[in-house]
Design a protein around this ligand. Structure first.
Ligand SMILES: Cc1cc2nc3c(=O)[nH]c(=O)nc-3n(C[C@H](O)[C@H](O)[C@H](O)COP(=O)(O)O)c2cc1C
Length: 324
């Protein structure tokens, strides 16, 4: 199975991707978290830092993602990505955040087919880079996505990555695999499935019915809940001592963030976000993780983390009751 690492803003940055790849296998490529386009006519290295080839050495083939809705902002951006030699750019039509969607960006653009067509026309005009689209199952209803499919097909969109929840739904409820199957009936575009693959059991429920229709899957929160998941999907056995590798992941990320960020708070913020997902894989350590989430210093954090690693790693089988 071809597996893409999902863009998770503030989480799957170049640092995370590189460290994760040095410890776990199973991922083929990674989509970087979104970069908002703006009115600048010269796109600096600073703006695209996360996807610069020099920051992705020993890491995955990288697909930059942009978020925006002004076609006039595209040429400067695309030319920069072409100059960097990146073969694909992804347009974010999925972000559900109300502040974003209200501005007709992310999933908020889905209800505006004219806007979408004017945007993809400019993407077409840059044959030096392929483009794909990451999208939700409509903003308020899947029919809004069905309306867009002929537009994507008429233009040069290379593939769709579909997370079958609506924008309004945000992360509530469950990803709707039936809507995904319906889209696959309605389009000839290559499709990548994304959403709620958190365990091998969920993988084996979600993927077989659509296996013939997809060119790959994208994993986001599933990697954070169970970092072994891509390996398991690719047929490897769970390590005999999984805690050793989780410990290595967290130790290396802690060191890398400490070198990259200023002060204890931002480092603890990053680590706590990761622990809030690992929470579901440590049923006997959840009280420890709740303490980790409240730590305000490195000393207390490292003390609590050590205690946590005395408890066993038992990743969830069923859909976890996401609390955070
Ligand atoms: C913390 C967080 C940050 C995210 N950032 C992005 C982003 O930058 N771009 C994007 O297209 N999707 C983003 N997403 C959505 C994920 O890429 C993915 O579509 C979603 O989590 C569903 O997949 P999953 O169930 O495998 O996690 C984000 C999701 C989360 C939870």
């Amino acid at each position: 199975m071809n597996i893409l690492m999902a863009p998770l803003r503030g989480v799957t940055t170049s640092t995370y991707r590189k460290v994760y790849k040095s410890i776990f296998s199973g991922i083929d490529s990674a989509m970087a978290p979104f970069i908002p386009t703006g009115p600048e006519t010269k796109v600096t290295n600073r703006l695209v830092k996360d996807v610069l080839p020099e920051n992705n050495i020993d890491s995955y083939p990288i697909i930059p993602q942009i978020i925006g809705n002004r076609p006039e902002e595209l040429p400067a951006f695309l030319n920069k990505l072409i100059e960097l030699g990146l073969p694909e750019v992804n347009w974010n039509l999925g972000c559900p955040a109300p502040m974003v969607a209200k501005k007709k960006r992310g999933s908020g653009a889905i209800q505006h087919p004219e806007l979408i067509e004017s945007y993809v026309k400019v993407l077409d005009e840059h044959p030096g880079i392929n483009y794909s689209i990451k999208i939700r199952a409509g903003f308020s209803d899947p029919s809004e996505l069905y309306t867009l499919l002929p537009i994507f097909e008429k233009h040069n969109c290379s593939r769709l990555i579909l997370h079958p929840r609506t924008g309004q739904q945000a992360y509530r409820g469950r990803a709707d695999v039936d809507v995904f199957a319906e889209v696959s009936q309605r389009t000839t575009l290559p499709l990548v499935y994304n959403g709620d693959i958190f365990s091998m059991k969920l993988y084996s429920e979600i993927v077989p019915p659509i296996q013939e229709k997809i060119s790959g899957i994208m994993l986001g929160r599933g990697i954070l809940i169970n970092p072994f998941l891509p390996e398991l999907i690719q047929g490897k056995e769970l390590s005999s001592n999984p805690n050793e590798r989780i410990y290595e992941l967290m130790k290396q990320l802690f060191a890398a963030y400490s070198a990259e960020l200023f002060g204890e708070n931002p480092v603890l913020g990053r680590m706590k976000e990761l622990w809030s997902y690992l929470y579901y894989s440590y049923p006997e350590g959840q009280q420890n993780i709740k303490k980790i989430l409240k730590c305000t210093s490195f000393t207390s954090y490292l003390r609590e983390e050590e205690k946590l690693f005395e408890t066993p790693f038992v990743p969830p089988v069923e859909y976890p009751d996401l609390e955070f």
